[in-house]
Design a protein around this ligand. Structure first.
Ligand SMILES: Cc1cc2nc3c(=O)[nH]c(=O)nc-3n(C[C@H](O)[C@H](O)[C@H](O)COP(=O)(O)OP(=O)(O)OC[C@H]3O[C@@H](n4cnc5c(N)ncnc54)[C@H](O)[C@@H]3O)c2cc1C
Length: 439
């Protein structure tokens, strides 16, 4: 057993987790039973790239699933891959791209595990076209402490499948999953970039470009005020029709140590954002780029979470449903600019209508805003309550994968499927997040 303690990506809240390493599928039953006997409950932990407390066990003892990292089978004529839950998206890309396949959905980092992608039902820049990751899972193997091994899919044991997709690791240990990949002709992306001056321009660009492109996302200047609220840079893209099928492994930098205080402050933020926005093209500009800088720009800097200092940071990600988006997102951005908090990592993205099988999946048809904040006490007492009130009034909700503050009332009213997940929860599994929002 490793004794190094694990945290979540945001390093807040700080409840160090003692991991039990899971290397083989045939030892999972024993390890789950031992954890239940010794601690009462535990939780599967993937790569720990969730920001808040959804990957932290209520008992502070996790089953570390990352070492379970073998491919099981592949049908390259159909793009169907079966792999253990600890395989990362990076591992999958390294075998799939040379054969002309890509992930159907990918978040902004390729270092997450297959189990983590399913348990948070992650979304990416093509949500408006393909929905969430869980829509592309054909079947999965689940191990429960009360009923042993189960195989579930949309057509068999569908109730358990729907509770497991986006089910925050609470319905059992995902041992393996079978996923459907998408065909590509080239691993390069034809990218279209254009800056916009306010939120109205963003929605106009989105209405024009979303249905033309597979991938769309915008960076937002969260420090902008007045008429400039909501200004940013829109990026659309599609896989190129020709070009290499090449796995990209760009040189990476590493933030070498955690500074004593956060390096992200108001002055730096406003200066960076101003320069970043000004250097983006005013008119539509096209370029062919690699998939790595397009999908995973943050992966180029390892351990970048260290820049927020020892207190860590929180990400606030909410989705505002269609019809309420303009007023809701504007109000959120105005409150954030007013607080003079935030970071240069702020993302705006329209989500599409494709429904996920997941009972408590996050995205819905509307617009999602995500941004990071260095951890301070004022976040939880002043800014976040203000943002939560706006999200609540607009009928929106907050993403559990990024959350460390949502109230139980907000969670239960915005995720009515939670009680079905609770009914199917494995009694041996409980997270700090679930304890916080359901008890
Ligand atoms: C830079 C960055 C960018 C990101 N961009 C996006 C984005 O664009 N879209 C998005 O949706 N998310 C995004 N995320 C969040 C991230 O994709 C999710 O939090 C993801 O679920 C993390 O996976 P993980 O393997 O690290 O799992 P962890 O964070 O370790 O765990 C996540 C959940 O999965 C459960 N789990 C893990 N393994 C298993 C298993 N084998 N069986 C059952 N349950 C399991 C855990 O219990 C926990 O509830 C981003 C994160 C980072 C750091």
């Amino acid at each position: 057993m490793s004794t190094a303690r694990l945290l979540s990506w945001g390093k807040h809240p700080r409840f160090p987790q003692l991991p039990t390493s899971c290397n083989w599928r045939d030892e999972l039953s024993r390890k789950l039973a031992q954890a239940r006997q010794a601690q009462g409950t535990t939780l599967p932990y993937g790569a720990g790239l969730s920001y808040g407390d959804s990957c932290l066990a209520a008992s502070d003892h996790v089953l570390h699933m990352r070492p379970l990292d073998r491919f099981i089978s592949a049908d390259w004529s159909a793009g169907v891959l079966v792999a253990e839950a600890g395989v990362t998206l990076e591992d999958i890309l390294s075998v799939a791209i040379p054969r002309g396949w890509f992930l159907p959905v990918t978040p902004g980092t390729k270092y997450i595990t297959l189990g983590g992608a399913i348990a948070n039902d992650v979304h990416g820049k093509n949500h408006h076209r393909r929905g969430t990751f869980g829509r592309h899972v054909r079947q999965l193997g689940l191990l429960r402490s009360d009923s042993g091994h189960q195989v579930c899919s949309p057509g068999s044991e569908a109730g358990l499948f729907n509770a497991t997709v986006g089910g925050l690791g609470l319905t059992g240990l995902i041992e393996w999953a079978e996923i459907q990949l998408v065909p590509i002709r080239s691993s390069q992306i034809d990218r279209v970039t254009q800056r916009f001056g306010d939120l109205d321009e963003f929605f106009a660009l989105s209405a024009e470009l979303d249905h033309k492109h597979e991938f769309c996302v915008a960076w937002i200047d969260c420090a902008a005020t007045g008429n400039a609220i909501g200004r940013g840079i829109h990026m659309a893209g599609d896989f190129a029709e020709d070009g290499p099928l090449a796995v990209e492994n760009p040189r990476k930098l590493t933030v070498p140590l955690t500074p004593p205080v956060s390096l992200v402050n108001g002055l730096m933020l406003r200066t960076f954002n101003e320069l970043h926005w000004r250097k983006a093209p005013r008119t539509r500009s096209r370029a062919r780029v690699g998939y790595a800088p397009f999908f995973y720009p943050l992966d180029a800097i390892l351990k970048w979470n260290r820049i927020y200092g020892p207190k860590g940071f929180q990400q606030y990600q909410a989705v505002i449903p269609e019809g309420e988006e303009r007023t809701g997102i504007h109000a959120l951005l105005a409150a954030i600019a007013d607080s003079r908090a935030g970071s240069f990592l702020a993302v705006l993205k329209r989500c599409g209508p494709a429904r996920s099988p997941g009972l408590i999946s996050f995205p819905c048809s509307g617009t999602t805003l995500a941004l990071d904040f260095p951890q301070t006490d004022r976040l939880d007492t002043a800014l976040f309550p203000r943002l939560d009130a706006i999200v609540r009034a607009a009928g929106g909700r907050i993403y559990p994968a990024k959350d460390a503050h949502m109230s139980g009332e907000d969670f239960r009213s915005s995720y009515p499927g939670w009680s079905e997940v609770e009914a199917l929860r494995d009694p041996a599994l409980l997270s700090r997040f679930w304890e916080r929002v359901t008890r």
